[in-house]
Design a protein around this ligand. Structure first.
Ligand code: SF4
Length: 187
């Protein structure tokens, strides 16, 4: 199940419930699968202030649907490795949130190049941010387009939600029948 690092503990609760129920009512063949956490390598992205995780109330976020100019206005002053006081000071990419954003948005070759140039003071942080801005735009453009299309066709959202709810209800009904049967509550 795709979750953020913060949700792993909630998922663990589901795993525990599934495990205990299986032990008690379906010991020979587990009925409920234990959901496993699917974490990406960018499991936690800090806010642009580099102090806390992204939070709207802290004003340190960058919105996926924000226009490119607004994204750049946020990236430009974002906190980087404090060791890079001067352009000639080498940095440590792992302590820099811009590097972690590169890991989430940029192709692997670019991420590698960013790390080398950071460690060797091969470029300045603003150069690094400009490249990030470009790769973010490449990734976000189709998402922005899709969001604009959905905003223009709200019926599409309602139809999709209704269709999903119908499918989920049918699956839930079948599951509950099987659960009741295993627990001895069959009608
Ligand atoms: S060069 Fe890039 S990764 Fe290194 S400190 Fe500056 S912004 Fe961060």
């Amino acid at each position: 199940m795709p979750v953020g690092e913060d949700q792993v503990q909630h998922l663990e609760l589901s795993r525990e419930v599934a495990r205990r129920w299986n032990q008690r009512f379906s010991p020979d063949a587990p009925f409920f699968p234990e959901p496993a956490a699917l974490l990406t390598k960018s499991r936690r992205i800090m806010g642009l202030d580099g102090k806390a995780k992204m939070s709207k109330s802290l004003g340190n976020t960058v919105g996926l649907l924000e226009p490119p100019e607004a994204v750049w206005e946020k990236l430009r002053p974002a906190v980087t490795d404090p060791a890079r006081v001067r352009r000639t000071d080498p940095g440590t990419p792992e302590v820099c949130n811009i590097y972690h954003l590169h890991s989430a948005f940029s192709p692997p070759a670019v991420v590698e190049d960013v790390a080398v140039k950071c460690r060797t003071a091969g470029w300045g942080c603003i150069d690094c941010k400009k490249v990030l801005f470009e790769t973010m735009n490449t990734e976000l453009a189709p998402i922005r387009e899709r969001a604009a299309h959905i905003r223009e066709t709200p019926r599409l959202v309602n139809d999709t939600l209704e269709e999903g709810a119908d499918r989920a209800a049918a699956v839930a009904e079948r599951t509950m029948e099987a659960v009741k049967a295993r627990m001895g509550f069959a009608e």
